[in-house]
Every structure is written in structure tokens, then in C-alpha cells.
Write a protein that binds this ligand. Structure first.
Ligand SMILES: O=C(O)C(=O)Cc1ccc(O)cc1
Length: 421
């Protein structure tokens, strides 16, 4: 039996300059800092937009020794004063990175029992209880099958505080946009950049440990091969996984109070034939596999991109001809959108060909709008994406190609500028 997950709780970043990353997420991406854990040794800030929560942690410059490697069973938040990173494994990593995807579970003990039975996991932190006046949580940390990415499993069912024990409330700032101007609601997908040949192992790891299921991007996709794009300068293998809600305690998904946000996991690896590419550039920069980008869901991508652009976010754009191609222009107009608006922000439009179980949704209604932002931590590093789905649950080939090209073109121009200097 795989371990049961309730929902995605938060995503942790580790950065050498926490203030800079938090400033970027607040002043540009319109996240709100709502909780903080500040001690002599630790700086952890929690930021939210809709149900999407990031925790930004200070990255240590040297390997961590001491209390973090000790095992506790039950402690108060105060006992954690010395810990640089609570609710994660504070491993040394040489570059800024997305370090942890934290899942909420119903019972940490039961989840760990299921994972131990599978025998595939490396456990970094035994079950640990943290308490404060508002209650207690139990968590445990394990290493994922992807580079430096860890998963914290946490049971918050007996905690009534704002976020997690050890964190205090931060008054809302006046800086961020009205939700109507920036309707980002949740994490839509997390894309891993992985070395060639590692997809099968990663897929199996998530299927066996957590019961993730394959999400076929294309109706003709081969189960083993994944979705392969291997012509016109693109060499990309994508394999997507989704977590369909199961029930551990007999509660059917529809009767649950809060539902699992539909966040897919996408595994991307490059193919050998097509030369330098964005997956391998990420692996070089990041010194190994990891989270390449995260899709932020919005129900109005044009408004969101407009707000973010005014705040200074830069987007990758396809060549201008993309918006004047006759077919594409008509597709945009048919969707009730303005080609000029989309071209201003580099927004791409596609029709999802994923086989829909709901036959009432016709192909023309299954639209997908996406735009990639420039990287957060410097060239070739982690970036964000805005995505709006109008009946489309997958990823469209046209958008993947255009997204790939827009990043490739920019990288080529940057390399050229560099050699000319
Ligand atoms: O479309 C998406 O958001 C994906 O996740 C697919 C993808 C993955 C990796 C790339 O370098 C480009 C596109």
C-alpha cells in the first residue's frame, strides 16, 4: 500500500539571500508574507498567494552539523531556537534551490510505515512533534528520487495556529496587489529537470511510494517512452504524474471539506540529438536534478501578466510572428482574446489534446494559456510560469514547443552577447 497524501502544504526554497528572494516574490510576484520564524540562527519566511505557499529559508554556507542531525520525539517550538530550518532537512547545497515539497498527511506514522514497506526511501528526519500554545504538528522528512528535492510529510490536524508552530504572524503589507488584479490561486504543476535515463526510476518511485498515477500528455504517448518531442531543434522527453485523490479513512473525495489542489508533477529530460538545451543548462547551473519551474494557476492570465509586468516581472516571449500567423490569430480571436494583449506579455495559446473523459467539452473549449517568467536565481535557474486552463487539463504540444523555443532563443542571444563582449 502506498502512503496516503492529503494535499500539498507548501514548497520550500533555500536561498543565500532570503531578503532578496522574498522581495522578488512580494514586490514582483505579489505574494504576501504572512508568517515568519526569526531566531538568532534562523530566517524562514512564509508567503502566500491563494493556496500557493512558499517558505523561503536561509541557505547555510557550510555543511550543517549539530541539532538538526539529532532525533527528537517531542519538542516545543522554543527548543528549536537553534535550528536553522524547521520542517525541512537543512542540507548544504551550493546554489539557490527549491529544496522541499511538503505534503500534508493524515498520519505521519502510517505514511512512514507504508513507505518503509516499499523500501525505496531514505529518511532524513524521524517523526518529530512540535508544539506551541495553539497545538501540535508531527512531521518527518525524506529524500525524493530527484536530486536535492526532499519531501516533508506533516500532520497539522491538531494545530489551530496561523501556519506552523515556531512561526509568528506577520501583519499584511500594503505592497501587494488586489487579488482581482492577480488571481493566482494554487500551484498547478511542478516540473523537474532530470538527467537522461532517470525518468523511469523517478516515475516508479512516486507511483510506488505515494500512489501517483501517470497522466498522459498525449493520447498517443507510449507508457514507457513518455511524451517525446524530437524534431525541429527540440529534444525533450516529458512524463507527467498526477495524484488522484484516494481515501485513507473511508471519506470519499467529494465529501472532504478541502480538496487536493490538482498539482501535477512533470519530469523533463533532454534527448541527445539536439545540442545544448534548457534542461541540461539547468542541470549544469543547479549542479544536478531539481525543480526547474513551478506553474502558478490563474483564472485570468492576461490580467495577472499585466499586473506582474507592471511590478517588474520579465517574461519569455515567442518570436513576434507567432501572433500574426493566420491560424494562431484566429485561434486567439475565437477564444475571445486579443492577439495584441497576448503578444505584449508573451502569452501562448494552445488546444489541449489530452483525451477528455468529459465528452461535453469540445476540443475548441479546451484551451491552455501559458507564459514562462525569467529565472529567479540567475541565468538558467529556477523560474515560475503562469498558466490558465479553460477546460484543458494537460499540456499542449504547440505551447511546449513555443515555450522551449522562447527560452532557447533567449539563451542563444545571451551566449552571443557574452562572446561579443
Ligand atoms: O509546459 C510546461 O509547463 C511544462 O512543464 C513542459 C516543459 C518542461 C520543460 C521545459 O524546459 C519546457 C516545457
Amino acid at each position: 500500500m502506498a502512503a496516503y497524501l492529503k494535499r500539498l502544504h507548501h514548497i520550500s526554497l533555500h536561498a543565500s539571500n532570503v531578503d532578496k528572494v522574498v522581495h522578488e516574490l512580494v514586490s514582483r510576484f505579489q505574494f504576501n508574507v504572512f508568517a515568519a520564524r526569526l531566531t538568532d540562527r534562523a530566517k524562514q519566511l512564509a508567503l502566500r498567494r491563494g493556496s500557493a505557499v512558499f517558505v523561503v529559508n536561509e541557505r547555510p554556507n557550510e555543511p550543517v552539523t549539530g541539532p538538526q542531525s539529532r532525533a527528537w520525539s517531542s519538542v516545543t517550538a522554543r527548543d528549536h531556537q537553534d535550528l536553522k530550518c524547521l520542517y525541512g532537512a537543512h542540507a548544504h547545497y551550493p546554489v539557490d534551490t527549491v529544496s522541499n515539497v511538503c505534503f500534508e498527511v493524515e498520519s505521519v506514522e502510517r505514511a512512514l510505515r507504508a513507505l518503509r514497506d516499499q523500501g525505496l526511501c531514505e529518511f532524513l528526519q524521524p517523526p518529530t512533534e512540535v508544539r506551541d500554545a495553539r497545538g501540535r504538528v508531527c512531521f518527518s522528512v525524506l529524500r525524493s528520487a530527484v536530486g536535492n528535492v526532499c519531501h516533508t510529510l506533516i500532520d497539522c490536524s491538531r494545530y489551530r495556529g496561523l501556519f506552523l508552530p515556531g512561526f509568528s504572524a506577520v501583519e499584511p503589507g500594503s505592497q501587494t496587489a488586489n487579488p482581482a488584479h492577480c488571481p493566482i490561486s494554487h500551484f498547478d504543476h511542478i516540473t523537474y529537470a532530470c538527467p537522461r535515463g532517470s525518468t523511469a526510476h523517478i516515475t516508479r518511485w512516486y507511483q510506488q511510494n505515494f500512489g501517483f498515477q501517470r497522466f498522459f500528455i498525449d493520447r498517443d504517448e507510449d507508457e514507457e517512452e513518455g511524451y517525446v518531442l524530437d524534431h525541429d531543434g527540440i529534444g525533450l522527453r516529458l512524463t507527467a504524474l498526477e495524484y488522484r485523490e484516494r481515501s485513507e479513512s473511508g471519506i470519499t473525495p467529494s465529501s472532504r471539506d478541502e480538496e487536493w489542489p490538482d498539482c501535477k508533477f512533470v519530469i523533463a529530460e533532454s534527448l541527445p540529438e539536439q545540442g545544448s538545451n534548457q534542461v541540461d543548462s539547468f542541470l549544469d547551473q543547479h549542479r544536478g536534478a531539481g525543480v526547474q519551474h513551478i506553474g502558478l494557476y490563474t483564472d485570468n492570465i492576461a490580467t495577472t501578466a499585466h499586473t506582474l509586468r507592471l511590478a517588474g516581472v520579465q517574461f519569455y516571449s515567442p518570436p513576434p510572428a507567432y501572433y500574426t500567423e493566420v491560424g494562431k490569430q484566429q485561434e486567439i480571436l475565437d477564444a475571445g482574446l486579443d492577439p495584441h494583449t497576448l503578444s505584449q506579455y508573451g502569452i501562448l495559446l494552445d488546444t489541449d489534446v489530452h483525451t477528455h473523459t468529459d465528452s461535453r467539452i469540445t476540443p475548441s473549449q479546451r484551451l491552455l494559456l501559458q507564459v514562462f517568467t525569467k529565472p529567479l536565481f540567475g541565468d538558467n535557474s529556477f523560474f515560475l510560469e503562469l498558466i490558465e486552463r479553460r477546460g484543458a487539463s494537460g499540456f499542449g504540444e504547440g505551447n511546449i514547443r513555443a515555450l522551449w523555443r522562447s527560452v532557447q532563443n533567449e539563451e542563444r542571444e545571451r551566449r552571443n552577447r557574452h562572446t561579443l563582449r
